[in-house]
Design a protein around this ligand. Structure first.
Ligand SMILES: *[C@@H]1O[C@H](CO)[C@@H](O)[C@H](O)[C@H]1NC(C)=O
Length: 152
């Protein structure tokens, strides 16, 4: 009887293992993050030089995906401040991810990167904090974290 129980215990974490969407603030000022889907959570203040936010990938019931919106101002989501938006969409075992700016470029002059912990997956790199033309959308396994690094 012992063997089947052991096998089940070992298998269970593999089935449910989902990565996280993370934002790491490597800038020299704090930033502010909201997690936006059907409902909004935040703001979360990320301290300078390494503050971070993370949430396990989740399929939003209404919008399908979620967006982590970053501003440099504490109330920036509501004052029209420049936002850098890390959007993700959990699709079974995969996660689609994208990076965009609205109301200006919050991190102009700084390097901004979105990368999976799975090194073979494509990353999004803005060398000067300004989005290039065209689609940025990438896809990777949802079992590994995907991280937006500010001032990389
Ligand atoms: C954080 O920023 C410093 C420069 O300010 C850079 O050398 C370093 O590589 C950055 N770290 C990460 C994880 O991006």
């Amino acid at each position: 009887m012992q063997l089947p129980i052991l096998a089940l215990a070992l298998a269970a974490p593999l089935v449910s293992a989902l990565g996280m969407a993370r934002v790491v603030n490597n800038c020299s000022d704090s930033v502010h993050v909201w997690s936006v889907g059907a409902e909004v959570t935040g703001p979360y203040q990320l301290g300078k030089n390494g503050g971070f936010y993370g949430e396990e990938f989740v399929k939003d019931a209404v919008t399908g995906g979620r967006a982590l919106k970053v501003t440099r101002h504490a109330d920036g989501l509501y004052t029209g401040a420049a936002q850098t938006i890390f959007a993700y969409n959990l699709d079974h075992a995969s996660v689609w991810y994208d990076l965009s700016d609205v109301f200006g470029d919050a991190f102009a002059g700084k390097k901004v990167v979105v990368a999976s912990a799975e090194a073979t997956c494509p990353s999004i790199v803005w060398p000067t904090g300004v989005p290039p033309a065209g689609s940025q959308v990438k896809v990777c396994t949802a079992s590994k974290n995907v991280v937006l690094t500010l001032c990389a």
